[in-house]
Design a protein around this ligand. Structure first.
Ligand SMILES: *[C@@H]1O[C@H](CO)[C@@H](O)[C@H](O)[C@H]1NC(C)=O
Ligand SMILES: *[C@@H]1O[C@H](CO)[C@@H](O)[C@H](O)[C@H]1NC(C)=O
Ligand SMILES: *[C@@H]1O[C@H](CO)[C@@H](O)[C@H](O)[C@H]1NC(C)=O
Ligand SMILES: *[C@@H]1O[C@H](CO)[C@@H](O)[C@H](O)[C@H]1NC(C)=O
Ligand SMILES: *[C@@H]1O[C@H](CO)[C@@H](O)[C@H](O)[C@H]1NC(C)=O
Ligand SMILES: *[C@@H]1O[C@H](CO)[C@@H](O)[C@H](O)[C@H]1NC(C)=O
Ligand SMILES: *[C@@H]1O[C@H](CO)[C@@H](O)[C@H](O)[C@H]1NC(C)=O
Ligand SMILES: *[C@@H]1O[C@H](CO)[C@@H](O)[C@H](O)[C@H]1NC(C)=O
Ligand SMILES: *[C@@H]1O[C@H](CO)[C@@H](O)[C@H](O)[C@H]1NC(C)=O
Ligand SMILES: *[C@@H]1O[C@H](CO)[C@@H](O)[C@H](O)[C@H]1NC(C)=O
Ligand SMILES: *[C@@H]1O[C@H](CO)[C@@H](O)[C@H](O)[C@H]1NC(C)=O
Length: 466
């Protein structure tokens, strides 16, 4: 299967290698940690009358503590310490230069009364609530227009007690779209680390219109059949780093988004420079990493590596639809291990779900430059269900070094896509049948350095013979 390399190919590779290596890996946004941030002032939530009995409602204590700590914002910031205990609360909002610290055995519990979750305007890039027209409930932990805000601790827990919301959703008695567990809007320098999130009413962590977001070493759990309990949804945000997380929920573990149809197109804020690494998890009905379906502001430069998904429906999925507009490009997935996963890779070009009847059906998304490499899979049903859009092919789809133990007799089903493949087993579908190496390396996103390392030994021995 391996190609022979000609001198021209080798020179081409040397040329590519000498050009700037990829910028995102080298960028510092994954390397910062919160551990260096020292807040000169710290108060405990108990100093504001909070009672950790799991029954007393502590919303006012959280609000008062944060109001008090606001006076330290220009003095290096402050820390709000939540000790062991069960701290029931409604939604509260954070401020800049704040660390919310959850001690071991501290549990922040979301109120089970919907009145404790105020109602706020929809996001401009969605034009309405995601599941109901109009406004939406505010997240339990909320921040808007902030800089330098940290949620961390010694693996304390934030439990949304979402089952009541899942029931309201299923019985269709909601008046507004369900709240997220944590949402940051238009904020810069957000760190979420060393915390466990349980039972979100809706998506768990939602940074939207944010930059410099680090999510490290968090555990996110919700029942596998809970509705729309996505793990982490970076939305119209840039420079996001997600690493060392374990996520098991009822919907996508990570879903990268950027607004919905005509609202997302006119707001035009993309998600870009997203790094995901060392992610482990399972989702019975959805994907390990999804892009979309809301992607109207565009999604680009997503690099994900060291992924392990098991007992899941789908490994990697791109969801879009005519009417979305926008683009998904320059996506690089590598080193993925799948066990008991129904569909390894899935593209859905007709996802549907529009905010209203005013979307423009001629607004076609551009899907291009998607590289998936170094994948192993055990007990996979379908290798790839790759469905593009008629008249709007998804192009430069590149698959390299993928070995899947597949049970279906037709492991690939591809329509309206085009791309290349190498070392793929079972052999890829015909529209991906052309070999990547050496002729189409330039059509494949971020593969040159891969080729370099893959052929390094071979080439150097080969060069010596010159
Ligand atoms: C998480 O906790 C560990 C152990 O206490 C600590 O070394 C690390 O810096 C913390 N990480 C972050 C990002 O806060
Ligand atoms: C975002 O926050 C910054 C800083 O608080 C503010 O200046 C800006 O107007 C905000 N933008 C939006 C769209 O709210
Ligand atoms: C965020 O900033 C924008 C623009 O300055 C302002 O209109 C909005 O009220 C601010 N939101 C909050 C919650 O402070
Ligand atoms: C992850 O969090 C746990 C518990 O807070 C801590 O013991 C461990 O050191 C952390 N690991 C890293 C890599 O930060
Ligand atoms: C943090 O706590 C959760 C839930 O109790 C647990 O599953 C997880 O392993 C812990 N994480 C670490 C890093 O200790
Ligand atoms: C919806 O509104 C009705 C009427 O105000 C109210 O009785 C009900 O509790 C609300 N439902 C939820 C889930 O908040
Ligand atoms: C997982 O999904 C399958 C198929 O949709 C369903 O039959 C099963 O009940 C689900 N299991 C759980 C634990 O939700
Ligand atoms: C193929 O991918 C596997 C991981 O799935 C990796 O261990 C192996 O080194 C890769 N092979 C090549 C030739 O890159
Ligand atoms: C798939 O895995 C099963 C069980 O490990 C093994 O018996 C079978 O030979 C494998 N099939 C392929 C095509 O590798
Ligand atoms: C392949 O996918 C198309 C939809 O994209 C579907 O209509 C068709 O039935 C599928 N074919 C097979 C053999 O599964
Ligand atoms: C697609 O990827 C290739 C190879 O990395 C790159 O040269 C090209 O600029 C990318 N296309 C777009 C539209 O970004």
């Amino acid at each position: 299967m391996r190609r022979f390399f000609t001198l021209v190919d080798v020179l081409l590779v040397l040329l590519l290698f000498s050009e700037a290596p990829w910028a995102v890996w080298g960028s510092p946004h994954c390397d910062q940690t919160s551990s260096g941030v020292i807040r000169p002032h710290s108060v405990a939530i108990t100093e504001f009358g909070a009672v950790g009995d799991g029954v007393t409602l502590n919303t006012k204590a959280f609000q008062n503590a944060i109001f008090y700590l606001n006076s330290f914002a220009d003095k290096g910031g402050a820390q709000l310490f939540v000790p062991a205990g069960r701290w029931l609360t409604g939604s509260f909002d954070l401020i800049s230069h704040l660390t919310l610290w959850l001690d071991k055995d501290a549990v922040i519990l979301g109120s089970m009364n919907s009145n404790d979750w105020p109602v706020i305007d929809p996001l401009p890039s969605y034009g309405r609530g995601r599941e109901l027209p109009g406004r939406r409930h505010r997240s339990l932990i909320y921040g808007c227009n902030l800089t330098d805000v940290i949620v961390t601790g010694d693996n304390g827990t934030i439990d949304g007690q979402g089952s009541i919301w899942w029931n309201w959703f299923q019985k269709k008695t909601l008046n507004y779209t369900r709240p997220h567990l944590v949402e940051f809007i238009n904020s810069t320098g957000v760190v979420i680390s060393n915390v466990t999130f349980l039972n979100s009413p809706f998506w768990t962590i939602h940074p939207v219109y944010c930059s410099q977001v680090i999510i490290q070493n968090v555990t996110i759990l919700a029942p596998l059949d809970s509705p729309n309990t996505d793990g982490i949804d970076p939305d119209s945000s840039n420079d996001v780093c997600i690493e060392d997380c374990y996520i098991s929920t009822g919907d996508d573990l990570i879903a990268i988004k950027s607004g919905w149809d005509e609202y997302g197109i006119s707001y035009a804020r993309p998600s870009t420079n997203i790094i995901i690494r060392r992610l482990v998890g399972k989702t019975n009905s959805s994907a390990g990493i999804a892009i979309g379906s809301e992607m109207s502001g565009g999604v680009s430069e997503v690099h994900a590596e060291s992924l392990q998904f098991f007992n899941s429906k789908t490994g990697i999925r791109i969801k879009t639809s005519p009417g979305r507009g926008g683009y998904v490009r320059n996506i690089y997935i590598s080193d993925m291990n799948l066990v008991d996963v129904k569909i390894a890779i899935r593209f859905t070009g007709q996802y549907g779900e529009h905010p209203d009847e005013f979307y423009d059906p001629t607004a076609l998304p551009i899907i291009e430059n998607i590289t998936v490499k170094d994948v192993m899979g055990e007990n996979i049903k379908f290798a790839g269900l790759l469905e593009g859009i008629e008249g709007d092919n998804f192009v430069n789809i590149c698959l390299s070094n993928i070995t899947l133990n597949v049970t279906s007799e037709s492991p690939w089903n591809c329509s309206y896509i085009h791309g290349y493949s190498d070392l793929v087993s079972p052999e890829a579908c015909e529209p991906l049948g052309e070999r990547i190496y050496p002729g189409h390396v330039l059509d494949c996103y971020h593969l040159p350095t891969h080729l370099w390392s893959m052929s390094n030994r071979k080439r150097s021995s080969w060069l010596r013979s010159w």
